[in-house]
Design a protein around this ligand. Structure first.
Ligand code: SF4
Length: 358
């Protein structure tokens, strides 16, 4: 039953109205496979599924979200795993679950607490969307997570891949999930670049109808552990006898060139407190998060610390200047013991760790 004092309308009216108006977005368009592709897609589906699932049963990694699978556990893990490696997610997942063990706890939390728990994982829009979706599930759906991929796509932050992964793993819906790993694997399997709707179509044709969740996880697992971007380990691959490429497919795209930039931050650390500033709420990147004050490129002072940090296509050389900021500077003194409660940017967390502040 809904809590009459705590509904989505009282807590988050914009999200509630947007969600109600929202049309359920379409998933990937599954056009019939082209004749040309059909003729080259001669993978024996039954043998493919059998080999893949047999390998998965014996080799799947022992991951925390696989221990007590539930829609909530699967959802959180899938959002964390977007654009992030499993090894980077493990510690965050355990701490996040400890702090927000249910969708109701997550929905009732302040956004700053959710961002603080996410701090270091990057792509903070994911955390904001996750929080918004938790409010819809907790207050609009009495805590029941939608069971189909189509319904799940109406929730903030859930797209075609994530909905297919959750629906198949948590609810057994036979829908194929295609992420970057699966895309690479399928292209090597068929020995050609397949994109868009055709990629989803071949994945859907191969999918096991009896174990769709395990099949999708096995495809992702194979892509992440054996069918690696560089030097795939084909000699261990359970489907190598069916794979056209058995190795890397030639590069079609030029690698993106990283640009380089030097930036400087002021570290004013006195009496167990550090001076931090909050990013503008309207900032395009990481709005409302806390960081050290940025200094101009020509500010004086020798760095006490220089670290490297990459964000998307830019490699930063970050110089940290230990200094005393002038009285009246915009920002706040935060005690060391309180710092990790704030939603810090990933870079700030990295600097404070390197400087042994936290
Ligand atoms: S045989 Fe090699 S290239 Fe083909 S799917 Fe397996 S690991 Fe990937």
């Amino acid at each position: 039953m809904k809590n009459p004092r705590l509904t989505c309308d009282t807590v988050w009216p914009q999200i509630a109205s947007q969600w109600r108006k929202k049309q359920i977005p379409k998933g990937p368009t599954l056009k019939p496979m082209s004749r040309k592709l059909q003729s080259s897609c001669a993978v024996p589906a039954v043998r493919f599924r059998r080999n893949l699932l047999h390998w998965f049963d014996g080799h799947k990694r022992d991951l925390p979200w696989r221990k007590n699978p539930s829609p909530y556990h699967t959802w959180i893990s899938e959002i964390m795993l977007q654009q992030t490696r499993v090894s980077a997610v493990l510690g965050y997942y355990e701490r996040f679950m400890h702090r927000f063990p249910t969708v109701q706890k997550l929905a009732a939390a302040r956004q700053s607490s959710v961002l603080a728990a996410w701090s270091g994982l990057g792509y903070y829009r994911r955390a904001r969307m996750l929080h918004a979706a938790a409010k819809v599930v907790a207050y609009e759906r009495s805590g029941r997570f939608p069971a189909t991929a189509a319904e799940q796509r109406a929730l903030p932050g859930i797209g075609p891949y994530t909905s297919a992964a959750i629906a198949s793993i948590a609810f057994g819906e036979p829908v194929a999930a295609v992420d970057g790993n699966v895309e690479r694997l399928l292209q090597r399997l068929f020995g050609k670049r397949i994109n868009g709707g055709e990629l989803w179509r071949v994945a859907q044709d191969l999918l096991s109808r009896t174990r769709p969740g395990d099949f999708n996880q096995a495809m992702m697992e194979l892509g992440a552990t054996l069918c690696l971007p560089r030097r795939p380990r084909c000699h261990l691959c359970p489907i190598s006898s069916m794979c056209v490429t058995r190795g890397e497919l030639g590069h079609a795209r030029h690698p993106i060139r990283q640009s380089r930039r030097d930036i400087r931050y002021a570290l004013d650390w006195r009496k167990e407190s550090v001076f931090l500033v909050k990013r503008d709420k309207a900032a395009a990147l990481m709005p409302g998060m806390w960081e050290l004050p940025e200094m101009s490129a020509n500010a004086s002072g020798d760095p006490c610390l220089t670290i490297r940090h990459s964000i998307t296509v830019t490699d930063y050389r970050v110089h940290v200047i230990r200094c005393e900021l002038p009285a009246g500077a915009a920002g706040r003194w935060v005690q060391n013991s309180q710092i990790t409660r704030l939603p810090l940017t990933g870079l700030t967390r990295k600097i404070l760790r390197a400087a042994k502040v936290i």
